[in-house]
Design a protein around this ligand. Structure first.
Ligand SMILES: *Cc1c(COP(=O)(O)O)cnc(C)c1O
Length: 367
C-alpha cells in the first residue's frame, strides 16, 4: 500500500540522531521547558525569519494563545474559513471570541478576500489566515486589508512550514504565526507540539506566561493561563528533524511536479499551480473529483491510500451550525468539501510509487 505518510521508511540516520537526542534529554534530568525547548524556539523562529518563538503543547493552543496574547476575547469577532482543520475554529471559540466564517477561493481553497471583506463588522479584531495544504499566496492584499481596517493578522501555519513568498516566510507576515508539529505535519514531533512565532516582544512575553498557567515568575499568576508547555524530548527530536526539513520539502515539491505533469484525466482536477516555486510546501496534494468516493475506492484497489481534507466544512459540523458566516453563503467551501481528495505526497515516496499513483488516477473512468 502506498501510504499518506510513512515514518517507518525514514532514513536510519535520522532515526539514530533522534535516539541520541532523546538520550541527551534523559542524561540532563530535565523534561519540560528547558534548554532543548529554548534551542528549538530559537532555531524555528530563525527559520521563519521572526524574532521569537514560544513552544506550546500543540498547534491549536498556539492559535488560541496567539489570539489571547493579542488581547482578543469575548465580544470580539475573528474571521477564518470554513475549509480548515477544526482546531482553527475551536481555538478561536476557546478564547471567548466569536468566529465568523468566510468562504474560500474555488481555485486554491484558501480564504477569499472578497468573502472576508463581507464578514468584517465593527467587532472584527482579527483574521486567522490558514495557509491551507501548505500554500501561501498574495500576502500583500491581506496585510493591506488588515492595516487599512485596523484588524490583526494571525497566520495558521500548521500546514505551511517553510512556505514563502517574495522571500518572506509563512508566519512572518502577521502579528503572530501559529505552527503545529503534530507528527503528520511537514515538521512533526513524535507526539503533540506547537509554537507561536512573533516579532512583538509584548505578545511573546504574554504567550510565554499564558502557556504556563498564566505564571509570570514562579508561583505568581497575574493571568489565568493554560497548561500548554512543550517538553524537552519533543523539542530535541524536532531539532533533529529540522535538519532534514528542507530536503524533505524539496522531495515533496518534486512529487507534486510529477503529479502536475503526469495526471491527465478529464474527471480529475489538479490543484492550482503555486504562485512561485517556494510558495507551496505540499503538506497535502489535493485533487477534486465529482465522483470522489468512487475515485477513492478505485485508488484503494490500486494500493493507493487517500484521505479527505476535509469532508465536512466547519459550518456543517453539528456543533457549529449556528456559527456566523459570509452573508452570501459558503458555496465554494461546500463544493470543495464534497469533491476534494488528498493523494500521497510525502518525502519517503519512491519515484516508482509516484508513477503508480499517477497511473491509478489516469485509469479512473468513473461510472
Ligand atoms: C493540524 C492543524 C491545526 C492544529 O494543530 P494541532 O497540533 O493538531 O493542535 C490547526 N490548523 C491547521 C490548519 C492544522 O492543519
Amino acid at each position: 500500500m502506498i501510504l499518506m505518510n510513512d515514518f517507518k521508511a525514514e532514513p536510519a540516520e535520522l532515526r539514530s540522531a533522534m535516539l541520541v537526542a532523546v538520550s541527551r534529554v534523559f542524561e540532563s534530568g530535565w523534561f519540560v521547558l528547558g534548554r532543548e525547548v529554548e534551542a528549538f524556539e530559537k532555531a524555528w523562529a530563525a527559520e521563519c525569519g521572526v524574532a521569537f518563538g514560544v513552544g506550546m503543547g500543540n498547534g491549536m493552543d498556539a492559535i488560541d494563545i496567539a489570539l489571547r496574547s493579542l488581547g482578543i476575547g469575548p465580544g470580539d469577532e475573528v474571521i477564518t474559513t470554513s475549509m480548515t482543520a477544526f482546531a482553527t475554529v475551536l481555538a478561536i471559540i476557546r478564547t471567548g471570541a466569536t468566529p465568523v466564517l468566510a468562504d474560500i477561493d474555488q481555485q486554491t481553497a484558501l480564504m477569499s478576500i472578497e468573502s472576508a471583506r463581507r464578514c468584517i463588522t465593527p467587532q472584527t479584531k482579527a483574521i486567522v489566515l490558514v495557509h491551507l495544504y501548505g500554500q501561501i499566496r498574495k500576502m500583500d492584499a491581506w496585510t493591506e486589508l488588515c492595516t487599512a481596517r485596523g484588524i490583526l493578522l494571525v497566520e495558521d501555519c500548521a500546514q505551511a512550514h517553510l512556505a514563502s513568498t517574495n522571500g518572506k516566510m509563512a508566519g512572518s507576515f502577521g502579528a503572530a504565526g501559529a505552527f503545529s508539529f503534530y507528527p503528520t505535519k511537514n515538521l512533526g514531533a513524535v507526539g503533540d507540539a506547537g509554537m507561536l512565532v512573533s516579532n512583538d516582544e509584548t505578545v511573546v512575553r504574554r504567550a510565554a506566561t499564558l502557556r504556563n498557567y498564566g505564571q509570570s515568575v514562579r508561583y505568581h499568576h497575574p493571568e489565568l493561563g493554560v497548561n500548554s508547555r512543550l517538553d524537552e524530548i519533543q523539542a530535541a527530536i524536532l531539532g533533529e528533524r529540522l535538519k532534514w526539513l528542507s530536503q524533505f520539502t524539496v522531495r515533496r515539491r518534486k512529487i507534486a511536479d510529477a503529479y502536475f505533469k503526469g495526471i491527465d484525466n478529464p474527471l480529475i482536477e489538479c490543484p492550482a499551480a503555486p504562485e512561485s516555486s517556494q510558495a507551496h510546501v505540499y503538506h497535502l496534494f489535493v485533487v477534486n473529483c465529482a465522483q470522489r468516493y468512487k475515485l477513492q475506492a478505485h485508488l484503494q484497489k490500486h494500493q493507493v491510500q487517500t484521505h479527505i481534507h476535509y469532508p465536512i466544512p466547519i459550518h456543517q459540523q453539528a456543533s457549529c451550525l449556528n456559527i456566523a458566516r459570509d452573508p452570501l453563503g459558503l458555496a465554494n467551501s461546500e463544493r470543495h468539501a464534497a469533491t476534494c481528495l488528498s493523494i500521497p505526497c510525502h518525502p519517503q515516496m519512491a519515484d516508482a510509487e509516484v508513477d503508480v499513483v499517477i497511473a491509478a488516477l489516469n485509469s479512473f473512468s468513473g461510472d
